[in-house]
Design a protein around this ligand. Sequence first.
Ligand SMILES: C[S@@+](CC[C@H](N)C(=O)[O-])C[C@H]1O[C@@H](n2cnc3c(N)ncnc32)[C@H](O)[C@@H]1O
Length: 353
Amino acid sequence: RRRRVEMADGTESEQAAVVGDGNPSQLSKSAKKKLLKQERQAARKAERKAGEKERRRADIERRRREWEESLAAAPSQEAREAMLAARRETRLERVGKRVEERGARAKRLRRAAEGGQKVVLDLEFADLMRPNEIHSLTQQIMYCYAVNGRSATPAHLWLTGCSGEMGTQVQRIPGFDKWIIEKEAKSYLEAFADCKENLVYLTADAETVLDDLDMSKIYIIGGLVDRNRWKGITQKKAVDQGIQSAKLPIGNYLKMSSSQVLTVNQVFEIMQKFVETKDWKTAFFHVIPPRKRGEAGAANDDDSPEGAANGDLDNGGSDSWIGYYLRGRAEGKSNLLCRRLKYDSSPSVSLLL
Ligand SMILES: C[S@@+](CC[C@H](N)C(=O)[O-])C[C@H]1O[C@@H](n2cnc3c(N)ncnc32)[C@H](O)[C@@H]1O
């Protein structure tokens, strides 16, 4: 039997356990061990989060103090005014740069809408997910959009089945109305009814292995966060609908320490990286965290297979969440960095607009 357990950090975890009336003393020995391990992990995570928050707060405070001290130490009122003017100038430059970047991104995304590789995020699975999983998927959609916007060769990105609960959730993303993306309430089958033969469902359970991306194809990623509870569901969907399916060629390049089922944003980023480099190995190494790649010494990278699935994302503080995220990727980290995101309270989300 399975039971839901409240963890030390307030999240819930579902555990396979032999339970009697819910009394922990009636758990089997291995279930008790697993429960203890999960509780220890959650406690460590909560501690780490609190530490990070405190470090960020202290950093902001230190910078504020240093600024005030240097202002107070200025030799004259004129010098003080010059310092203030220089600071205003720097801020204006920063804002200008951001506006410029935003314009360039919009241009790239509009160009992609005319000739970019079509990629669909299929949002028809809301009924199969728990609220925290839907929340997690919403964040993964944000990562996809942000990564696409940063790319020199963005995809022509579609959200299909964007209605009901998923429609409501994505609508809540600040700035979503301005996203340069196709938002389609219809299913991909309806949206691409005239070219059904070009639809390819990406799924880890496919027999066909993808060796290249074909511009004439429309690649579909299942919008699902399920810790593979619904194993095989997208492959079944593709078969039932009579469309092609394919899996990423992970096995040709990596020996994974666990399953080859990746998160929505990981799959999207791998595709993006492949479009950019034409090299699967580079794409996999860029996106798949060392721990999941089964590399020694990567034990501290506590990325979970579904990244932000536990709903324990923290606020990225004054820095931008996408900055953390992309820096983490560059350092070979994982969705660990994504946990700094809290889109509904972070002012830095304006980067997405
Ligand atoms: C978290 S997975 C969902 C797993 C789900 N149980 C299923 O049957 O697809 C999210 C999506 O990423 C894509 N995906 C994940 N791993 C993949 C792989 N190794 N190859 C191709 N697509 C993959 C699939 O489209 C999948 O639906």
